[in-house]
Write a protein that binds this ligand. Structure first.
Ligand code: G4P
Length: 526
């Protein structure tokens, strides 16, 4: 048994674009000591966002961060922060990233409250009961009333709420924050940002008004008393069950409450826990302290460095003590993979990962041996569950500008499909390629990446299909259905048959007419 995993905190930040995720990420790195300077991150465009929000940090700061995972140490803990793409389209990528974390930080803009994307990401967290800490950002600006914001979280997300850091005024009246758990004032330093803390004996301490003024102290006392009475008391078990969210009001830009958030993640966010998996003997739970190494690929990223055609599989370890050079079995192919140059992604550099435990994220360079959803394990015979493919809602035919480039197109599409950036289907009749995505923005990204990374100019044109269903169930019935509907049958990249329907209605109709055939909207590869 190993218990080294107990100090791992593997988490993601979920938010709506512009709420401050990038800024908070950078400040978390800064306060943990992982980077030495924190500057403002600017210049973001939709395209960059679609790849990763961290790229901007990399460009701006000249530090070598990866776009998908980052490891830093602080306060005796090893933090693994995973990036969830910040664009508005909900993608499978985002979903899968959230299967690889043990907790999340939800960032909310104090002027806007809960927005669309926050809600969607929250729902994904809820499916897995992922515990969530809330950071209500931008309190240095004019924002909504704190009670309004807290009630909105409680009502809309059906969570118990527990404020832990409270704003002392907002906008022009902003005077700092009050750490309610420790009775500390967080105040401005010399540069207009948070710079010093003052320990008080309690909210009634006369030093409070001496520092922030009588009116501000009186208002803060009153509102904090109301908040302490009106909302839940902090309870770590409830938080870890995903039933209660602790709330910090703060400002990522002005650095208020960032170290309090980091401290709370270190103290209260859960270490890795059991993961569900299939084995020949049935469904089991793999415990993080189990001696045998296991993990799964939640993301594959190709061409991280355009000069090297590298492809990195991001593996979340779930058990055992991994050592460099180990041979791990890949669930999908049954092949052994010698993991000789696994990488940790630190803020300043990439390091060879000599050892890693549950909760850690290692990058494994490969040439297509690993795909999203694959399980790696020392003993073989296990497959982690919960990493499905989703039926795409947008389907396009790929039309090449130069028909001579069909080989390159195939290579590009295969690589993008292995990354999980798109799904690729080949109709059983004809030589077309169809691309399926969950969000429209993904199409632009794919078109652009095919061109810039693989030199293939292609257009994505409508093909008359609007729904895809995987076919399963009674084999004879499936075969009969395929034989009768050949022009609407394609294969996914693993060779599994899918039905292409002109609409969700048509898919439903086919389902009704063929009761022995299952028309699946999600598919888990075993
Ligand atoms: P995102 O990754 O969630 O999309 O958000 P990001 O950190 O990029 O922040 C979005 C904008 O909000 C940035 O403004 C950023 O400086 C600002 N911001 C982030 N945190 C705070 C905060 O605590 N207080 C204030 N006042 N602003 C904050 P920008 O892109 O530089 O300029 P603009 O978008 O305002 O034009």
């Amino acid at each position: 048994m190993t218990d080294a995993y107990l100090n791992r905190r593997t988490f993601a930040i979920i938010s709506h674009p512009d709420a401050g995720k990038t800024t908070l990420t950078e400040k978390l790195l800064y306060f943990s000591g992982a980077i030495r300077f924190a500057g403002e991150v600017k210049a973001r465009g939709e395209r960059r966002r679609a790849r990763s929000d961290w790229l901007a940090i990399e460009q701006k700061r000249g530090i070598s961060v990866t776009t998908s995972a980052m490891t830093f140490r602080h306060d005796g803990c090893v933090f693994n922060l995973l990036d969830t793409p910040g664009h508005e389209d909900f993608s499978e990528d985002t979903y899968r990233t959230l299967t690889a974390v043990d907790s999340a930080v939800m960032v909310i803009d104090a002027a806007k409250g809960i927005e669309n994307q926050t809600r969607k990401l929250f729902e994904v967290c809820r499916l897995r009961d992922i515990p969530i800490m809330t950071f209500i950002n931008k309190v240095d600006r004019e924002g909504r009333d704190p009670f309004d914001l807290i009630d909105e979280i409680a009502d809309q997300l059906a969570l118990d709420v527990c404020p832990r850091v409270w704003p002392i005024g907002t906008g022009g009246q902003f005077k700092g924050c009050y750490d309610m758990a420790h009775h500390r004032l967080l105040l401005e330093g010399d540069n207009g940002k948070f710079g010093r803390t003052v320990q008080l004996s309690g909210a009634g301490d006369p030093e409070f008004e001496a520092i922030v003024g009588e009116d501000a102290a009186a208002l803060a006392r009153e509102t904090m008393a109301l908040a302490a009475d009106g909302y839940a008391k902090f309870n770590v078990e409830q938080y870890r069950h995903g039933a209660l969210t602790p709330i910090c009001f703060g400002s990522a830009l002005k650095e208020y409450s960032v170290s309090e958030l980091l401290r709370d993640v270190a103290r209260f966010a859960p270490p890795p826990s059991a993961q569900k998996a299939h084995t020949a003997a049935g469904d089991v739970e793999i415990m993080p302290g189990d001696p045998s190494v296991s993990g799964f690929v939640f993301k594959v990223q190709a061409n991280m460095d355009p000069n090297h055609r590298d492809r990195i599989a991001f593996v979340r370890l779930c058990s055992g003590e991994f050592r460099r050079g180990m041979k791990l079995k890949v669930s999908r192919t049954g092949k052994l993979l010698a993991v000789n140059s696994p990488t940790f992604f630190l803020a300043q550099e990439r390091n060879l990962a000599e050892e890693a435990v549950a909760g850690d994220i290692i990058g494994i360079p490969n040439h297509g041996a690993l795909g999203v959803g694959d399980t790696l394990s020392e003993n073989g015979g296990v497959k982690f569950s919960g990493l499905p493919d989703f039926a795409p809602e947008i389907i396009r035919r790929v039309r090449l500008a130069d028909p001579m480039k069909s080989k390159q197109m195939k290579r590009a599409l295969t690589a993008l499909a292995e990354e999980g950036a798109a799904q690729v289907f080949t109709p059983i009749l004809g030589a077309d390629f169809y691309v399926g995505v969950v969000g429209a923005l993904q199409l632009d990204v794919i078109e652009e990446r095919m061109k810039s990374e693989y030199g293939v100019a292609a257009a994505m044109e409508p093909c008359g299909y609007d729904a895809v269903r995987w076919l399963a169930g009674d084999e004879a019935a499936v075969n009969a259905f395929i034989a009768l509907n050949q022009s609407a049958i394609a294969q996914d990249r693993y060779g599994s048959p899918v039905y292409l329907a002109r609409s969700a209605w048509e898919a439903g109709y086919a389902e009704q007419k063929n009761p022995l055939v299952k028309f699946l909207k999600t598919r888990e590869r075993v």
